[in-house]
Design a protein around this ligand. Structure first.
Ligand code: GAL
Length: 488
C-alpha cells in the first residue's frame, strides 16, 4: 500500500472511532451528585417510611427541583443472603421490598441509591459484596437502583497499595457495567491508598477522608490525622469540617468532570454548627465539587438550614459545567484562638463557566475580620502573569440573595405554595426544567447572587468576613458599558 493511501485509511479509521470516554466511567454524574443520605442523622434507624417520607418532604420543600436528585439508603438495610447467595432485605424495615421503595422514589421524581461494602461485611456487620460483586450488581439492577455507595470495612486485608485497593473496587465497576443498568458508583474508602490517583478510572466519586462530624473545627482523637499534610494511615471518624477541608487542599485538583473527590455527606441542619459555620461548610463543598448529599432530618429542618441548602447561586457553583474544583491559594495562621487552638484564614479560587472566577475568603479565626485578596493571588498561574489581572471585574456576593427566614419557614410549614407566580418562585431555581448550565448561559439572575462592587485591574477585593464564615464571591469580567446580569 502506498504511504498516502495508508495514511488515508488510518485517518478514516480513526474518524470512525468514537473517542473512548474514560471519565466518567459510565457517563453518569458529570457534575457532582446531589441528594440525601440517611446516615448522618439516622445511622442504622432506617426503614421504608423514612425514605419515602423524606423524598416527599424534599419535593414539597423544592429541594428536588433545586437538584437534590438521589435518595440514598446507607448501611443496615439487609438481613443476610438466601440459600442461593442473593442479598435479602430486612422485611421488618422494608416490608414491601426494595423494588417497591425504588418505584415510590422514582414516582416522586427522584433516583434511588443503596449501599454495600467491598468487604465481607459492611461497617455495621451486615453482608458485604466482596466475592459477590456480579451477583449483587445484578440484584441492585433488578431492584432498579440508580446509585451505589460502596464502603471499605472488613476488606480482608485487601488494601495497602493503590493497586490492591483499586482492583478490589474495579471488580464492582465491571459488575455494575455488566448488570446493564446505569448506576452511579460512589466509593467510600476514606482516602485509603490514595483514591484520587486511580478513582477517575474506577468510580464517579471517592471519599477522601474519615467520616465527617457535625463540628466546624473540634479536634477528636477518633480522627487522628490532621489536614496539614495528606498522609493518613488511619482515616477514622469524627472529622470536623476544617479537618476535612485542610486534607482536601492538597489533593482537590485531582477531581475531573464525572470523577470527584467526596468530602462526605453534609451536616447542614444537624445542629452542631452555627449558621455561619454551616454556610462555610456548604460553600466549600460546592466550590470544590464534592457531592452534595444532605445528611439532615428533613422533618425537623429549620428555616436557616433550608435557605442554605436551596441557595441557587451556590448550587450553580457546584453544578458548574466546567467541573473544576476551586483550589487553595493561601493560608495564614492568625493570633485569634478559640478553645481548640490557633485560628487561620484562607483564600480559595477557581474558574467558573463564562470566564468567571470564584473567590472564597474563609475566616476560621475566632472573631470577625476584614479580609482581602489581590487579583494576582486570585488568578495565580504557575508561570508568568495571568492576563485576567489586567481586567476589571464585577463582584457578585453569592450569599446576598439568600432566602429570608419567613419565606423559608412558610415553605416548611406548608403555607407557601411552590411554583411559578408565587413569591417563593423568585428564590428557587428549577433545575428539572432548565439545567444549571442552561440557566448560567441565559444569565439567570438567580444563579449570580448580587452585584456588590467592582475590582479594577491590578486591584484587590476587601470585605468583612464573620467568625467561622466565608465571603463567597463570583467575579465577572466587566464590560465597558453595562453589567452582564441585572442585579436582583
Ligand atoms: C462508614 C462510612 C459512613 C457510613 C458507615 C455505615 O464507613 O464512611 O459514611 O456509610 O460506614 O456503617
Amino acid at each position: 500500500m502506498r504511504a498516502s493511501s495508508l495514511f488515508t485509511t488510518i485517518t478514516a479509521f480513526m474518524a470512525s472511532q468514537k473517542p473512548e470516554t474514560v471519565y466518567p466511567i459510565n457517563g453518569l454524574g458529570v457534575t457532582p451528585a446531589m441528594g440525601w443520605n440517611n446516615w448522618n442523622a439516622f445511622a442504622c434507624s432506617v426503614n421504608e417510611d423514612l425514605l419515602i417520607s423524606t423524598a416527599e418532604k424534599m419535593a414539597a420543600f423544592g429541594l428536588r427541583d433545586a437538584g437534590y436528585e438521589y435518595i440514598v439508603l446507607d448501611d443496615c438495610w439487609s438481613l443476610g443472603r438466601d440459600s442461593k447467595g442473593n442479598l435479602q432485605h430486612d422485611p421488618a424495615k422494608f416490608p414491601n421490598g426494595m423494588k417497591y421503595v425504588a418505584e415510590k422514589i422514582h414516582s416522586l421524581g427522584f433516583r434511588f441509591g443503596m449501599y454495600s461494602d467491598a468487604g465481607s461485611y459492611t461497617c455495621a456487620r451486615y453482608p458485604g459484596s466482596l466475592g459477590y460483586e456480579k451477583q449483587d450488581a445484578i440484584t441492585f439492577a433488578s431492584w432498579d437502583v440508580d446509585y451505589l455507595k460502596y464502603d471499605n470495612c472488613h476488606n480482608q486485608g485487601l488494601s495497602g497499595t493503590p493497586k490492591i485497593t483499586s482492583e478490589r473496587y474495579r471488580t464492582m465497576t465491571d459488575a455494575l457495567r455488566a448488570a446493564g443498568r446505569p448506576i452511579l458508583y460512589a466509593i467510600c474508602n476514606w482516602g485509603e491508598d490514595f483514591p484520587w490517583k486511580w478513582g477517575p478510572t474506577v468510580a464517579n466519586s471517592w471519599r477522601m477522608s474519615g467520616d465527617i462530624y457535625d463540628s466546624f473545627d473540634r479536634p477528636d482523637p477518633r480522627c487522628p490525622c490532621s489536614g496539614d499534610e495528606y498522609s493518613c494511615a488511619y482515616p477514622g471518624s469524627h472529622c470536623s469540617v476544617m479537618n476535612i477541608l485542610n486534607k482536601a487542599a492538597s489533593i482537590i485538583d485531582t477531581s475531573l468532570p464525572g470523577a470527584f473527590n467526596d468530602l462526605d455527606m453534609l451536616e447542614v441542619g444537624n445542629g452542631g454548627m452555627d449558621d455561619e459555620e454551616y454556610k462555610s461548610h456548604f460553600s466549600f463543598w460546592a466550590a470544590v465539587k464534592s457531592p452534595l448529599l444532605m445528611g439532615n432530618d428533613v422533618n425537623v429542618m429549620d428555616a436557616k438550614a433550608l435557605s442554605i441548602l436551596n441557595n441557587p447561586a451556590i448550587i450553580a457553583v457546584s453544578q458548574d459545567p466546567l467541573g473544576v474544583p476551586a483550589v487553595r491559594r493561601w493560608r495564614y495562621y492568625v493570633n485569634d484562638t478559640n478553645q481548640y487552638g490557633q485560628g487561620e484564614i484562607q483564600m480559595w479560587s477557581g474558574p467558573l463557566f463564562g470566564g468567571d472566577q470564584l473567590v472564597i475568603l474563609l475566616n476560621a479565626g475566632n472573631s470577625s475580620r476584614t479580609m482581602n485578596a489581590t487579583l494576582a493571588d486570585i488568578f495565580c498561574v504557575a508561570t508568568g502573569i495571568a492576563k485576567e489581572i489586567q481586567e476589571d471585574w464585577d463582584v457578585y456576593d453569592l450569599w446576598a440573595n439568600r432566602m429570608d427566614d419567613a419565606t423559608a419557614q412558610s415553605i416548611i410549614d406548608g403555607t407557601s405554595i411552590m411554583g411559578a407566580g408565587t413569591s417563593v418562585a423568585s428564590f428557587y431555581y428549577n433545575a428539572t426544567q432548565v439545567s444549571y448550565k442552561e440557566g448560567l448561559a441565559a444569565n439567570d439572575p438567580l444563579l449570580y447572587g448580587k452585584l456588590t462592587g467592582t475590582v479594577t485591574a491590578g486591584g484587590a477585593i476587601e470585605t468583612e468576613v464573620p467568625r467561622h464564615g466565608v465571603a463567597m464571591l463570583r467575579l465577572r469580567k466587566r464590560t465597558t458599558t453595562s453589567f452582564k446580569v441585572q442585579d436582583v
